[in-house]
Design a protein around this ligand. Structure first.
Ligand code: HEM
Length: 484
């Protein structure tokens, strides 16, 4: 039998009986094993993620199947058959760490590639779009998805008040309430990088890119009623499904694909459509910008310990490697700040030292000390000398020349002139009759919990997307209210 020890490795003589003065007590302060045990227990929790608190993770492998070196010089893509270790965390968004896996909610799809040039994190969702196009509204949006400050209840009133005043959310709202709104576990859904990013090749040329992860298990979703039943009988449904599939050797896989636009195509497409290629509420039509396969992502190893690897995982969209780049997307720009900041608070100053976060390649920086510094640089210099004779290069470095900017620095509100409706309407028109009916019923079930002013404002948006969409929701809400 393994000898039980204290955290300092000292054999524990008795783990059943506290040291007491006489058989009845009181308990003596010198029972350090008892004290250490109680103290550590009191400190077992770290703050849950402010969003995406409930999640599941697994390790895996990315294998390159197609040559994309004309687009990117990133080493992980440098040869067909090349493999890179990965970690993927799936999540729901609005619930707490103990909430049900089958909520109607986007699913997080956060992939880390442990490349030889450092960690690349693509922190996306199972949807190609998002509710917002400016990060300044994210905290407000999330407050409406979480609990009401007075009642501590989820509030349909707050949710629809926000969405109805933010019509840019319409496309994502349509996806969320459609039959794809509640995936059947995490293996049967697609993932998306969602934002527009860049790829940069050896010649320093940039193309704009959107990342797609197409499930090879087939898409499967849950009906609203089945999801509700599972939330009661098996709130950890998606965690159970993922863990057991991997444990049984049934490794889930996704085809990793890209849509690509060069800058001339971007300008032409924007001029033709009036849309902004960097607007996260829009998709790039696949007819015009088809998907190109890049590789296969397979999840094949469950973490040894959930807290160490999944709860402490700290992925950030700011983590990119040479050959990859950001874009001017305002949402992405806010996110480049938000994640590392959240993780400094949630996990700690040296969260990158933890095994799940540590790069698999050698790393050298001059950041030192702080709590839990376990990879602290040894005897290496803790400062970088100033090389006054090295001329500063333009651009962002690593051959990324940067992108041109135009206009005055300022705050710009384009919402009054933006088209929030065409792509949402196109999606509605694509649905089967059953799909349209389910969408309308799902929306009505939720929207009927908001007051009449909000309902009317939101129905106005649906009407602009498609008259049948708006009329359908209006009728379904009226019917529910007559029944109440
Ligand atoms: C400006 C808007 C946004 C802000 C400020 C924001 C902020 C955050 C923060 C602070 C976290 C917790 C990070 C942690 O503690 O580790 C988080 C998690 C997450 N966010 Fe966002 N977010 C935004 C938009 C988005 C968008 C548009 C997507 C997807 C396209 C997304 C996907 C995720 C995912 C998947 C996670 C969980 C990552 C994990 O599994 O560890 N977020 N977000």
């Amino acid at each position: 039998m393994t000898q039980l020890t204290t955290a300092s490795g000292i054999p524990v003589d008795d783990n059943q009986n506290s040291i007491t003065a006489g058989p009845r007590g009181p308990v003596l302060l010198q029972d350090f094993h008892l004290i250490e045990k109680l103290q550590h227990f009191n400190r077992e929790r770290i703050p849950e993620r402010v969003v995406h608190a409930k999640g599941s993770g697994a390790y895996g492998t990315f294998t390159v199947t197609h040559d994309v070196s004309k687009y990117t010089k990133a080493a992980l893509f440098s040869g067909i058959g090349k493999q890179t270790e990965t970690f993927l965390r799936f999540s729901t968004v609005g619930g707490e760490k103990g909430s049900a896996d089958t909520a109607r909610d986007p699913r997080g799809f956060a992939v880390r590639f442990y490349t030889e040039e450092g960690n690349w994190d693509l922190v996306g969702n199972n949807t190609p779009t998002f509710f917002l196009k400016d990060g300044i509204k994210f905290p407000d949006f999330i407050h409406t998805q979480k609990r009401d400050p007075l009642t501590n209840l989820k509030s349909a009133q707050n949710v629809w008040d926000f969405w109805s005043r933010a019509p840019e959310s319409l496309h994502q709202v349509t996806i969320l309430f459609s039959d794809r709104g509640i995936p059947d576990g995490y293996r049967h859904m697609d993932g998306f990088g969602s934002h527009t990013y860049s790829l940069i090749n050896d010649a320093g040329e940039r193309v704009w890119v959107k990342w797609h992860f197409k499930t090879l298990q087939g898409i499967k979703n849950l009906s609203a009623s089945e999801a509700q039943r599972l939330a009661g009988v098996d709130p950890d449904y998606a965690q159970r499904d993922l863990f057991h599939a991997i444990a049984q050797g049934d490794f889930p896989r996704w085809s990793v694909e890209i849509q690509v636009m060069d800058d001339a195509q971007r300008a032409a497409w924007e001029a033709k459509t009036g849309w902004d290629a960097f607007d996260l509420t829009k998709v790039w039509p696949q007819g015009e910008f088809p998907r190109t396969p890049v590789g296969i992502l397979e999840l094949n190893r469950n973490p040894d310990n959930y807290h160490a690897d999944v709860e402490q995982a700290a992925l950030s969209p700011s983590n990119i490697v040479p050959g990859l780049g950001y874009s001017p997307d305002k949402m992405l720009q806010a996110r480049l700040f938000a994640y590392h900041d959240a993780q400094l608070y949630r996990v700690g100053t040296n969260h990158q030292h933890l095994p799940v976060n540590r790069p698999r390649c050698p790393f050298h920086n001059q950041q030192r000390d702080g709590a839990m510094a376990v990879a602290n640089g040894g005897a290496a210099a803790n400062y970088d000398p100033v090389h006054a004779d090295v001329p500063a290069q333009g651009g962002f470095g690593h051959g990324d020349a940067g992108w041109p900017v135009e206009g005055n620095a300022g705050r710009y509100d384009t919402r009054a002139v933006d088209d929030h409706f065409t792509q949402a309407g196109d999606l509605f028109r694509l649905l089967s009759d059953d799909g349209k009916r389910n969408l309308i019923e799902n929306i009505a079930g939720s929207l009927s919990g908001a007051d009449a002013v909000i309902q009317d404002r939101q129905i106005g948006h649906f009407l602009k997307a498609d008259p049948a969409y708006g009329q359908g929701v209006a009728e379904a809400v009226r019917k529910l209210q007559n029944q109440a």
